[in-house]
Design a protein around this ligand. Structure first.
Ligand SMILES: NC(=O)c1ccc[n+]([C@@H]2O[C@H](COP(=O)([O-])OP(=O)(O)OC[C@H]3O[C@@H](n4cnc5c(N)ncnc54)[C@H](O)[C@@H]3O)[C@@H](O)[C@H]2O)c1
Ligand SMILES: *[C@@H]1O[C@H](CO)[C@@H](O)[C@H](O)[C@H]1NC(C)=O
Ligand SMILES: *[C@@H]1O[C@H](CO)[C@@H](O)[C@H](O)[C@H]1NC(C)=O
Length: 366
């Protein structure tokens, strides 16, 4: 059905939005359980795809974003639609708005972004989450927290299931994010137990797709950018370390299923299909049809050998599992990045994070 079709607005030509808007109006005429939905961080990578899905499903969507890492461009095709509102607001400040559901995604997500201003990352995940839970309590909304696999830290068990308590260094360079998300989960369950707020917690694993950040720093975007620019694809160590990535549309479907389920305990959402770093390099090089070489560099320090979600809970309780084949997701992402590069001066973009406020370690595959 139209509802299930994946329409990737970041790749599709939008013709000023008019064609797409008429499709949505058509959907709106169908009887449905229309909800008022708030998405914090809705102008970001995941949030903007979630916005597309919920708008296509005919809901009223309010996006709140401070544009720290998000961009108005990611949701601009909805501006002017009567079901859509975009509010420039920082979740560290209180907000009052009548809604039925809150997808709380606001938080920088990639290491260069969350390490850029660790105090702000902490405030967003703590004070920001308190504000959103307070709002959920006042208006009787259900809140879904976008948590992360990073709550498992440097795990001692593989793959990680939801029962695992994690292994996090509370004073390490990633702590602002990892501990911020851990306490955000704690807050959700405190509000559930003490105030009866309905909460959902998604522990999201590595995700890729269009609108992801060029300076994301993880293998997929690094290799695509290197391949598109004819630069060597840099592999640290032997390349036998594995990574598992889910395509963004799979994640978005999981988030919506979880929100509308009755599962209040945390649920992993990720793709358990592992590939070695070298496989990623070779596949991306061939899909881009790139002349780039694969360059082997010394092994990076504390580069995890494996990362893989256990998604049995999501499969059993939500009937959810990733369905987008890696190659298909990569093709769409390559298409997106090549368009992005066309917008850069001289078609050149060397991935380079903003200068962090702390000493940087050696490069690693995150
Ligand atoms: N992308 C992944 O692989 C991944 C993995 C695990 C968890 N997550 C979580 O998913 C969520 C979305 O991540 P993403 O990859 O889309 O990142 P993103 O950086 O693209 O999106 C985050 C959005 O939040 C906004 N934001 C940040 N601080 C804010 C504040 N104080 N007030 C209002 N808005 C604020 C940003 O401007 C941005 O639009 C995050 O909570 C992240 O922790 C993502
Ligand atoms: C959740 O919903 C399912 C199916 O709708 C039902 O069988 C189950 O009992 C519910 N569980 C709880 C904890 O309410
Ligand atoms: C991906 O793109 C390549 C090269 O353009 C093409 O040969 C291949 O069929 C595409 N694969 C999928 C799954 O879309």
């Amino acid at each position: 059905s139209m509802n299930e079709a994946i329409i990737d607005f970041s790749i599709a030509a939008t013709h000023g939005g008019s064609i797409l808007l008429s499709e949505v109006n058509y959907l709106n005429s169908k009887p449905l359980d229309r909800k008022r939905i708030l998405i914090t961080g809705g102008a970001g990578f995941v949030g903007s795809h979630l916005t597309d899905k919920l708008m296509m499903d005919g809901h009223e969507v309010t996006v709140v974003d401070n544009f720290f890492t998000g961009r108005k461009r990611n949701v601009e095709h909805w501006i002017g639609h009567e079901n859509f509102e975009l509010i420039n607001h920082d979740v560290v400040e209180p907000l009052y708005i009548e809604v039925d559901q809150i997808y709380h995604l606001a938080s920088p997500a990639s290491p260069p972004n969350y390490m850029y201003n660790p105090i702000k990352t902490l405030k967003t995940n703590t004070i920001g989450t308190l504000n959103m839970l307070g709002l959920a309590k006042r208006v009787g909304a259900r809140l879904l927290l976008a948590s992360t696999s990073e709550v498992y830290g440097d795990p001692e068990v593989h793959p990680q299931n939801e029962e695992y308590w994690g292994h996090v260094n509370p004073i390490g360079p990633r702590a602002c994010y990892d501990e911020g998300k851990r306490v955000a989960e704690t807050m959700c369950y405190a509000y559930m137990k003490q105030e009866g707020v309905e909460v959902r917690v998604a522990r999201i694993f590595n995700t890729f797709g269009s609108r992801m950040h060029m300076n994301d720093g993880r293998v997929v975007s690094n290799f695509i950018l290197q391949a598109l620019q004819g630069e060597p694809l840099t592999v640290y160590g032997s390349g036998s370390q594995t990574r598992a990535f889910q395509y963004v549309s799979d994640l978005v479907n999981g988030l919506v299923l979880l929100m509308n389920s009755n599962i209040s305990s945390p649920v992993n959402l990720g793709n358990p299909e592992e590939h070695t770093i070298l496989e990623f390099a070779r596949l991306i090089k061939s899909l881009v049809v790139s002349q780039s070489q694969i360059q082997f560099l010394p092994e990076a320090q504390d580069d995890p050998q494996r990362r893989r979600p256990d998604i049995r809970k999501a499969k059993m309780m939500l009937g959810w599992e990733p369905v987008v084949p890696l190659e298909e997701g990569l093709n769409k992402t390559i298409q997106y990045f090549s368009r992005e590069l066309e917008h850069q001066a001289n078609n050149q973009y060397i991935p380079k994070p903003k200068a962090a406020r702390m000493k940087k370690g050696r490069p690693r595959h995150n």
